[in-house]
Design a protein around this ligand. Structure first.
Ligand SMILES: NC(=O)c1ccc[n+]([C@@H]2O[C@H](COP(=O)([O-])OP(=O)(O)OC[C@H]3O[C@@H](n4cnc5c(N)ncnc54)[C@H](OP(=O)(O)O)[C@@H]3O)[C@@H](O)[C@H]2O)c1
Length: 333
């Protein structure tokens, strides 16, 4: 089968599309013919080696953490899926990834694909969906009538999180640049703050929840937006930034120290709890999102689609930090 692998950590050119053996499913695995995958910032952070202290592979390694495809074989103990089922998911990073024509995935990490979505659309959902679910529902405990600030509302996570927050009944403010204002409004944002023209902490106050997609100074300023007892869910561990300064191994304790410091600062100076977002690679957690997609409460937002052969170009685009929604890989083409 064709797959995109790295043989060493490095720039986008480190990704090589090549022939590799097709994997064989274990007892609880389904073998999926992958129709589409998608790119997430974590993919280039892994590719560059910046996350080596957290995620270290014996190379070569197939990258990719989102898929949509069709089950072509099932392991002897598989109970939830049959050959021919359309499935999607965001499996563990501990097994070879989704930038491949075939993928073995534990059935517990897959879900039935929403019937109204194409494979390209479905592959854009799982990682950002599970992340937004963990941030808003599990860590944020966001409820109807509460007010939520979603940072970087035009990004992969932001476009999903705005829609999920609205589906939960929250009032939603978001930061983005002017060129993306119409997009985030179309997703349901009630207040749109152009981060290049306005300081969000001078406009918003008394909020119940913030989704931090930026870290740094924006995260600290976000404390001022929250009421005492409010919650900030952060997706930013600071590992790549610390690795750039101190190297991947010495950078890791620096990043952890930074997270502890910001957590204490939030609590002691603002009465705000800081929660660290973790995507659980659990297919069952996708089921409520699947229902929201099928009901039309959430839609896929796709910036660009690349064929697998152009995976390096897709990474370059993701790495600009300017994506509007998700970057999808058409594996079947
Ligand atoms: N912890 C976890 O489990 C987890 C899971 C998923 C993602 N993450 C992390 O969360 C971050 C966001 O992920 P993502 O997939 O949403 O990234 P993304 O798709 O690359 O985000 C790009 C978007 O961010 C916007 N943006 C950039 N700077 C901004 C600013 N200062 N204020 C407001 N918007 C800004 C850009 O809009 P403009 O072009 O208009 O500037 C662009 O639309 C990444 O660092 C990612 O690694 C963590």
């Amino acid at each position: 089968m064709r797959a995109a692998r790295i043989h060493e950590y490095g720039p986008p050119e480190a990704l090589r599309v090549e022939e590799v053996p097709r994997p064989a499913p274990g007892p609880r695995d389904v073998l999926v013919e992958v129709h589409a995958a998608s790119v997430n910032p974590v993919d280039y952070k892994i590719r560059s080696g910046a996350q080596r202290a957290l995620i270290h592979y014996r190379l070569p390694w197939i990258l990719g953490l989102d898929f949509s495809g069709v089950v072509v074989e099932v392991g002897a103990a598989v109970a939830r899926f049959r050959v021919g089922d359309e499935v999607y998911g965001s499996p563990t990073h501990r097994r070879p990834g989704t930038y491949a024509e075939y993928l073995c995935v534990d059935e517990r990490q897959a879900a039935h694909k929403p019937t109204n979505l194409t494979h390209l659309e479905a592959a854009s959902i799982p990682l950002v969906g599970l992340t937004a679910w963990d941030a808003l529902v599990v860590k944020g405990r966001l409820r109807a009538g509460q007010r939520a600030l979603i940072h970087a509302g035009s990004g992969g996570v932001g476009t999903l999180a705005i829609q999920l927050a609205k589906a939960l009944g929250a009032h939603v403010a978001t930061t983005c640049s002017e060129r993306n204002a119409e997009l985030v409004r179309s997703l349901g944002a009630d207040e749109v703050i152009d981060y290049r023209a306005q300081r969000f902490d001078e406009v918003l106050s008394g909020y119940d929840f913030v989704l931090d997609a930026l870290g740094g100074e924006e995260r600290v300023r976000s404390f001022r937006v929250l009421r005492r007892g409010g919650r900030l869910a952060t997706m930013i561990g600071g590992f790549p930034e610390a690795a750039e300064k101190y190297g991947p191994w010495r950078g890791a304790p620096v990043a952890i120290g930074g997270l502890v410091a910001v957590t204490l600062r939030g609590l002691l100076m603002h009465g705000v709890t800081v929660h660290h977002v973790l995507r659980e690679p659990d297919g069952r957690l996708l089921e409520p999102l699947t229902r929201l997609l099928e009901d039309g409460a959430i839609r896929a937002v796709i910036d660009r689609v690349y064929p697998l052969a152009e995976i390096a170009e897709a990474h370059r685009h993701q790495e600009t930090g300017r994506a509007r929604g998700k970057i999808v890989i058409d594996v079947a083409s």
